[in-house]
Write a protein that binds this ligand. Structure first.
Ligand code: ARG
Length: 572
């Protein structure tokens, strides 16, 4: 059980009695004592009483005897709380026998659709898709672990006008040649060649336009070529997911094209509900409360003037499908911040149409850009956007090289495996440990460093604990009596008990940097503990107790990193 929550639950009724209204005690970790509440300060003005006297009365009324060794008023009116060693030991012992490490499954499990990755057919995934893939996968792992039914939706861009030129280019190359080129993952070359012809050659342009018509009209020969493009791209994306240790599978592709048959009914329903207005020949919804810079209401174009449906109509159909047929109540869209406005309009229109009504709700899990060391959008040396695969391969190569340098005895295969776990882990962790709402700078040195808030540091902490057990030659006894004598030992115990609170918070906010920061604090607390408290050299019960603390730390690190999608090798 989360200590902060435990203390909150004890203080809240006392505060309520004193204040005559519900009060959040705001219990936080503190330097002065284990925890501190400053709620009395905030209440003082409201109650017209000195904060110290409020705090003192709360202490009188709160039942803290079994939990706290010291509970006192300090400074202007803080409540300082020091947890009793016995209580702490008991809570840690309960954690040790809990396979879920104190994290309860959701009391009300729901169906959650996580829309993430969403690359585009016949186009290279770029670093923006990396963030979506990494953050979305962490969300899927976390919510699944909490007992929710998670539906992974890979909203593949597999439809629209560019397919005219792509299919024509494919037909020009011949199927065998095209399949070869695409299977090598040279999607950009393919796309660019098609584009170049389209720009240069009027006849090709005309053929491309006719292809779009044939594609939309369901022409079988055209559909076959289109499927070839989609299949080759999907195969390539799956290889990237595998390299990236991402849980997306072939079953999770829910391409834009899969909503084709729903588009006309969606627009018809909007019309019936009286929500459509014509604007420059296009059919639009104008959700209330959205205005452009000029103050004019913003449209969501659901049918273009040429009669075609685009990205917004597809997203509306997807929402109706997800809340209707799939039965989801929480819809997550892990997509870059530039698309924020699009999603706000789509959610508002879906709400008006009755497809997104409580308890169902949608959240845009937005994120900033990845920047190069020059502080600008990440570019390759030739100035183009960086290919995701190139980035991942560089990470693995660098990490493998570092692993060999640090440990020359490492065999070839082992070095490769460590290099992969560390390199991929470093990339993912660099992303997940940064506040997703902001841009972040991709810095190889920092993300691969063995110290600081990095994946290698946490993986190293994990492997170090595993090596303690290799030397001990035994596993920890889950029923060992916990004794917390040293301050570093107590500090570690308190961190261990904080896991469930952080997980609960991140399940709500999807701010994974908070989970990362927690794991980093835990690893640092372990480091301090291990420096000051001998484990293998301690005797008898103390040794058992400390081994159990080591084991718990390893389990929390492993589970926490698993939730972030990061591997924990036994040896580095
Ligand atoms: N394919 C889109 C892109 O590359 C991302 C799709 C996001 N998901 C969605 N439901 N619109 O920008």
């Amino acid at each position: 059980m989360d200590l902060e929550k435990l203390l909150t639950d004890r203080l809240a009724p006392a505060f309520e009695k004193v204040a005559g209204l519900p009060v959040d005690p705001v219990v936080r970790r503190s330097q002065r004592a284990d925890f501190q509440s400053d709620a009395a300060l905030a209440l003082a003005r409201r109650l017209g009483r000195p904060p110290r006297s409020i705090a003192a009365e709360v202490l009188d009324r709160a039942e803290l005897g079994d939990l706290c060794a010291v509970a006192e008023v300090s400074g202007p009116g803080f409540l300082n709380l020091t947890v009793a060693d016995r209580a702490l030991g008991g809570l840690v012992a309960a954690l040790a026998t809990d396979p879920r490490l104190g994290v309860p499954v959701a009391a009300e499990p729901e169906t959650v659709v996580v829309d993430y990755s969403g690359p585009n057919v016949a186009k290279e995934m770029h670093v923006g898709h990396l963030r979506s893939t990494v953050i979305g996968d962490a969300a899927a792992r976390l919510l699944e672990w909490l007992g929710h039914r998670v539906v992974r939706a890979n909203h593949l861009g597999d439809w629209g006008t560019p397919f005219g030129m792509l299919i024509e280019h494919l037909a020009d190359l011949g199927e065998a040649e095209a399949a070869q080129e695409l299977s090598m993952g040279d999607l950009d070359a393919f796309y660019k060649a098609a584009r170049a012809k389209f720009d240069a050659d009027e006849a090709f342009r005309e053929r491309s336009r006719q292809r779009v018509v044939a594609l939309q009209g369901g022409d079988e020969a055209t559909l076959r070529l289109w499927r070839l493009l989609v299949e080759q791209s999907e195969r390539y994306f799956l290889a990237v997911y595998e390299l990236l240790d991402v849980t997306l599978t072939a079953r999770d592709f829910q391409g834009e094209s899969s909503y084709n048959d729903l588009l006309a009914p969606v627009v018809a329903d909007l019309d019936r509900a009286g929500l459509l207005r014509e604007s420059d020949g296009a059919a639009c919804v104008f959700p209330p409360g959205f205005a452009g810079r000029d103050g004019e209401p913003l449209p969501l174009i659901v049918r273009k003037s040429d009669g075609g449906y685009g990205y917004p109509a597809t997203d509306l159909a997807a929402i109706r499908h997800r809340t209707g047929s799939v039965g989801a109540t929480r819809l997550l869209y892990v997509v870059g911040l530039p698309q924020r406005r699009h999603f706000e309009l789509v959610y508002a229109a879906a709400a008006q149409a009755g497809w997104l009504v409580p308890p169902a709700r949608a959240e845009h899990v937005g994120f900033g850009s990845i920047l190069g060391s020059d502080g600008r959008m990440l570019r390759s040396r030739s100035g183009e956007s960086v290919k995701l695969v190139a980035l991942l391969e560089e990470a693995v190569a660098r990490a493998t090289w570092l692993a060999r340098e640090r440990n020359p005895d490492l065999g070839e295969a082992e070095a490769a495996e460590v290099g992969r776990a560390v390199g991929i882990g470093a990339i993912k962790y660099a992303d997940l440990s940064s506040d997703r709402h902001k841009d972040y700078v991709l810095d190889w040195e920092r993300m691969l460093a063995l110290d600081g808030n990095t994946a290698p540091y946490l993986q190293y902490a994990y492997s170090r604990i595993r090596s303690i057990f290799r030397r001990a030659g035994t596993a920890a006894r889950p029923d060992a009596a916990i004794s917390l004598v040293e301050p570093a030992e107590r500090a570690l115990a308190i961190e261990l008990l904080g896991f469930s609170g952080v997980v609960a918070e991140v399940a709500r906010s999807l701010d994974f940097h908070q989970l990362a920061a927690y794991l980093y604090r835990l690893a640092a607390a372990f480091s301090a503990f291990y420096e000051r408290c001998p484990v293998l050299r301690a005797g008898g019960e103390l040794r058992e107790s400390r081994l159990l603390l080591c084991d718990l730390t390893a389990r929390v690190l492993r589970q926490g990193l698993y939730l972030l999608g990061i591997r924990t090798p036994e040896r580095l």
